[in-house]
Design a protein around this ligand. Structure first.
Ligand code: ARG
Length: 234
């Protein structure tokens, strides 16, 4: 981790944990490299600070645990900075916001949350969508399937094992376009912005250095440029 310092002359490393199943935030390309909007920001941060970036791919559900057990210095995973998570991690200033969306097959007659009764909805384990769907179950009678990988949601949808996928809108829209799916916006409460997560009682200096850079990148147009590169603007 970064907190060991570099008095021994070794280059400092940022251990970034992510869940590379969420294009355009982070995904695995054909060469097996992890790429995306979050990864570009992380690289820009590492460059500015003169650190080496090491990326560890894991299930989204394991990211906060990785911070808590010291296996990661920071997490970037399109993670929404919720109050609940703030009890266990420190968040940077938010660097992007996205709505949420329900994705269906193109011929589906599910066109609003009013149609969810009797359907099977897929979400990713540990996400705000999983929690949101659980809340919706108080009013609608659908089956919920939580999956480790967001990519599985799209697969299961296309093979008809689930009827609806529930994802961040930026990600959902990409799939709708690329894979000819359909969908509708989430009419429930807006999701909090996405932010970098750090250990709760971690290295304060490191947190400040990175957070200052996030704010700088928001001001100097770096983030905006990357949003355009990864087509994040709705
Ligand atoms: N924004 C949502 C959340 O924070 C979903 C993020 C999923 N990220 C991922 N890399 N699979 O709960």
């Amino acid at each position: 981790g970064n907190s060991e310092g570099n008095s021994d002359g070794e280059e400092q490393v940022i251990e970034l944990a992510t869940s590379a199943d969420y294009p355009p935030f982070e995904s695995m390309n054909e060469d097996g490299e992890i790429v995306g909007f979050d990864i570009d920001i992380a690289n820009a941060i590492a460059d500015e600070l003169g650190y080496e970036l090491e990326i560890n791919d894991m299930n989204f559900d394991g990211l906060i645990g990785a911070l808590q057990s010291g296996r990661a210095d920071m997490v970037m995973a399109g993670m929404s900075a919720t109050e609940e998570r703030s009890e266990n991690v420190n968040f940077s200033t938010s660097y992007h916001s996205s709505g949420e969306m329900f994705v269906t097959n193109p011929d589906s007659d599910i066109t609003s949350i009013e149609d969810l009764d009797g359907t099977t909805v897929g979400v990713q384990l540990g996400t705000i969508q999983e929690e949101g769907a659980q809340t919706l179950q108080e009013d609608y009678d659908f089956e919920l399937q939580s999956m480790d990988k967001a990519t599985n949601i799209i697969q299961e949808l296309k093979t008809g094992r689930i009827d609806v996928g529930y994802l961040d809108k930026t990600v959902a829209e990409g799939y709708v376009e690329e894979q000819n799916l359909a969908g509708f916006d989430d009419p429930t409460e807006a999701a909090p912005g996405m932010a970098i997560a750090f250990p709760k009682d971690g290295d304060e200096e490191f947190y400040n250095e990175v957070n200052d850079l996030v704010e700088q990148f928001l001001e100097d147009g770096t983030i905006e440029e990357l949003e355009e590169k990864w087509e994040l603007n709705e």
